[in-house]
Design a protein. Structure first.
Ligand code: FRU
Length: 485
């Protein structure tokens, strides 16, 4: 059957075959969520980029579509976004047919070889049939550049407050904001970030949006910036800034980087335009440039994270961005086990995982020291450890299956649990054939990692590493339905 190869994700999106990286053009229109993505249709390593395409009514079950955008005389099609031009400001649609407009980066390989700084520009393409087919705009590129070697990944949205289109894009070490009345003529507004956040590598894939602060009538602006390398556990990662945007300039409340996800495998993530109900839904690429081309799959390469709802909360007086799987995920889940655990110091409890790696695990417990191992009878083991003294969550995938295709893959990953609220910690762990996503406190902390166990894990072992009895009331496991069957 289709999609049953070793390591094939069963409830995460992966392309039917060949290489995929960043999610692109996330937009909702007339009942359809679009997922475009960086795609190379000829190999399972990165190559001349196209936009692949899939659609969904719920962001869980996906229908694969033909390739949406092909390279042309202006270059390869790098990352970008999509908008619905409701007022036909671009003139590319008609009064009663709003065009879906994709805004992307052209990467001109010939010019790159010539060694200049003019080879990344922005182009647009439009669709009058809700993404089924696209036409390239004849006046491409719409935003030229001669100054910056890196000048890419436009995220465009309609800014209600100022009544114009805003484009966020990155130029190496900073964000640049542009505005437009018609999606074809762009004016520079401002820049942000050369002196803020992490700069261990180049800035990529920005996203700028407004969110309500839970439980208040306040709004704050959030800026997502991917960075490669320079993430806390190595290679690629996603930082965020919380601040304000006055229609021209973004200012941040913080100087230091904060991380959306501490795991090694959540990169280039951006959010949907026009999601119903004002929801802010994020999808990331579940890989890391350090080893993306080396992972042991054969037919396709890499998958997306679960779609996650983003929200802002004030935790101990600190504005915090939370990311947590879509509530609709519960439609795929069926409860298997519900038990109370009382584990003595230095002792453990073993629980059979009937649905193996198509499962999730949920529980709450105080800040204590324990380890949670997922194992199989081939001796493979994925370990997640909570360390009370150091207030750390540790993920060790060094024995989790195939790991030696690249050096960094075996490194132990750490997530500092700073600024915990009073009370118990809440854990949600989602396991798929080649990934694990760990959420603490409904997304106050997230850790996403690829894994390549050669067999499904079938046992969960919880070990008390503290000096008092470990009490876990109500540990639940769920089986998760395949989206492909
Ligand atoms: C991020 C990225 C983007 C670029 C794309 C090329 O992973 O490097 O900056 O547009 O991938 O495929």
């Amino acid at each position: 059957p289709l999609y049953s190869e070793p390591f094939r994700p069963q409830y995460h999106f992966s392309p039917p075959e060949k290489w995929m990286n960043d999610p692109n053009g996330l937009v909702y229109h007339q009942g359809i969520y679009h997922l475009f993505y960086q795609y190379y249709p000829d190999d399972i390593v990165w190559g001349p980029m196209h936009w692949g395409h899939a659609t969904s009514e719920d962001m869980l079950q996906w229908e694969n579509k033909p390739i949406a955008l092909y390279p042309d005389e202006n270059g390869l099609i790098f990352s970008g976004s999509a908008v619905i031009d409701h007022n036909n400001t671009s003139g590319l649609g008609t009064a009663d047919k709003a065009p879906l407009v994709a805004v992307f980066t052209y990467h001109d390989m010939e010019k790159e070889k010539a060694g200049g700084t003019d080879y990344q520009t922005q182009g647009i393409a439009y669709s009058l049939d809700n993404g089924e087919s696209f036409k390239m705009y004849e006046g491409n590129p719409v935003l030229l550049n001669t100054e910056f070697k890196d000048f890419r990944d436009p995220k465009v949205y309609w800014d209600e407050d100022s009544g114009k289109w805003v484009m966020a894009l990155v130029a190496g070490d900073h964000l640049r904001l542009y505005s437009s009345e018609n999606l074809t003529d762009w004016d520079y507004m401002s820049r942000f970030g050369s002196d803020k956040g992490a700069h261990g590598g180049v800035w990529e894939c920005p996203d700028l949006f407004k969110l309500p602060v839970a439980g208040t009538d306040e709004f704050k602006w959030v800026l997502l910036i991917s960075i490669n390398p320079g993430a806390p556990n190595g290679g690629s990662g996603t930082q965020y800034f919380i601040g304000d945007f006055d229609g021209t300039t973004f200012t941040s409340d913080q100087n230091e980087a904060r991380w959306l996800d501490w795991g090694t495998d959540n990169y280039a993530g951006v959010t949907y335009n026009e999601a119903p109900g004002g929801e802010r839904i994020f999808i990331g690429w579940m890989s890391n440039w350090t080893y993306a081309r080396d992972t042991p799959t054969e037919v396709w390469r890499s998958a997306m994270t679960l779609p996650r709802t983003l929200s802002l909360s004030k935790i101990n007086d600190d504005y915090t961005l939370l990311n947590y799987p879509l509530s609709g995920m519960s439609d795929l889940m069926n409860k298997e086990i519900d038990i109370d655990l009382e584990i003595a110091p230095n002792s453990y409890e073993a629980i059979a995982m009937e649905s193996g790696n198509q499962s999730s695990i949920h529980f709450t417990c105080p800040l204590v020291s324990f380890s949670l191992s997922l194992t199989n009878d081939s001796g493979e083991e994925l370990v997640i450890e909570l360390n009370r003294e150091e207030e750390l969550l540790v993920l060790d995938r060094s024995q989790s299956g195939l790991v030696d295709f690249q050096e960094m893959f075996s490194k132990i990953q750490q997530m500092p649990l700073d600024n915990l609220p009073e009370g118990d910690l809440e854990f949600d762990i989602f396991l798929d054939a080649s990934s694990v996503e760990v959420f603490v406190n409904k997304g106050q902390f997230a850790m996403t990692s690829q894994i390549f166990p050669t067999k499904s894990f079938d046992e969960l072992i919880i070990r008390n590493e503290g000096s008092k009895e470990l009490i876990v009331p109500d540990l639940r496991t769920f089986s998760i339905k395949s989206i492909w069957s």
